[in-house]
Ligand binder design. Structure first.
Ligand SMILES: NC(=O)c1ccc[n+]([C@@H]2O[C@H](COP(=O)([O-])OP(=O)(O)OC[C@H]3O[C@@H](n4cnc5c(N)ncnc54)[C@H](OP(=O)(O)O)[C@@H]3O)[C@@H](O)[C@H]2O)c1
Length: 267
């Protein structure tokens, strides 16, 4: 039986991934900050719930050791993250550092903790959930994009040093997913930017835009594909909207794509 270790499984994509891998016969180690949120996994016999805040180095050590103690791990899915929207001028250094600490350093820490285990067993796969904001940008999401671009680049680069040991890293870059993400997003207003930000927020609140998005189950299916297709491939784009924007940027070039996004979101 194969085992996957997943971060951020209390809601959204992480939770859907637990359900999908479990229904396909996997043992799932579902980690979350607050294990009281694991009620929906009650009665799922091959799900082990462990506590994990990916910003907590000590807890990473303990939880990874416990997970490895249960048996060999095949895949680590770095999923946990949260959104951040707002002009840079309005963000405190602490808010910026927290986004980097969670969304980038969190995945790096968990990966580093598992590398010795994967190296000893001469195989293993890391799948990092990035975003379409990891290959293109939107207004007021500069810090989120900085971190997701970073995660894309870091994941790609890690393959050079890990491949000789039979270890690989893949990314899954989703478009909009209907999850708790919006309500968990840090939104930072700043007065001089208010008219621009109001315009941006009204465009992203348009139900037509949300309709192009995906369910958590749709994106979990792409994660499952990346986990099981055996392909020597690094990047996976997930969701109709992400594919559309990805292909458009390739077709017209980054400069023209940036202008199109400015027009669409800021008018
Ligand atoms: N939703 C979208 O539109 C969208 C688009 C592109 C990419 N993504 C990416 O998809 C992934 C999953 O997001 P989602 O849409 O499923 O959002 P979500 O429903 O808000 O789930 C995020 C999960 O991350 C957890 N988390 C946050 N900070 C954590 C920390 N320090 N340690 C451990 N867990 C932490 C949350 O746990 P708590 O319950 O403890 O807060 C929650 O379980 C993220 O990487 C996100 O960036 C989402």
């Amino acid at each position: 039986m194969k085992t996957i270790f997943i971060t951020g499984t209390s809601s959204g994509l992480g939770k859907a991934a637990v359900q999908l891998f479990h229904s396909n016969g996997w043992h799932v180690i579902a980690t979350m900050r607050n294990v009281e949120k694991a009620k929906d996994f009650a009665g799922m016999e091959r799900v082990t719930v462990l506590p994990l805040d990916i910003t907590n180095e000590e807890q990473i050590k303990t939880t990874v050791a416990k997970a490895i103690g249960l048996g060999s791990i095949d895949i680590v899915l770095n999923n946990a993250a949260y959104g951040a929207i707002g002009p840079l001028e309005g963000m405190s250094q602490a808010q910026i550092a927290q986004v980097v600490d969670t969304n980038l350093l969190g995945a790096i820490r968990v990966t580093q903790a598992f590398i010795p285990h994967f190296r000893e067993r001469k195989s293993g796969l890391f799948i990092n959930v990035t975003s379409m904001a990891g290959f293109l940008t939107f207004p007021f999401a500069s810090i989120y994009s900085a971190v997701k671009f970073g995660l894309q680049g870091w994941s790609e680069g890690m393959n050079y040093e890990l491949a000789p040991f039979g270890i690989r890293i893949k990314t899954v870059a989703p478009g909009y997913i209907k999850t708790e993400f919006g309500s968990n997003t840090l939104i930072v207003p700043a007065e001089p930017y208010k008219p621009m930000m109001d315009r941006f927020l009204s465009v992203i609140a348009d139900p037509a835009l949300a309709q192009q998005g995906s369910t958590a189950e749709d994106i979990a299916a792409v994660v499952y594909e990346a986990a099981t297709d055996g392909k020597d491939r690094v990047h996976y784009v997930a969701g109709k909207d992400a594919h559309m924007l990805h292909d458009r940027r390739l077709a017209i070039g980054a400069e023209a794509a940036i202008k199109e996004i400015a027009q669409q979101f800021l008018g």
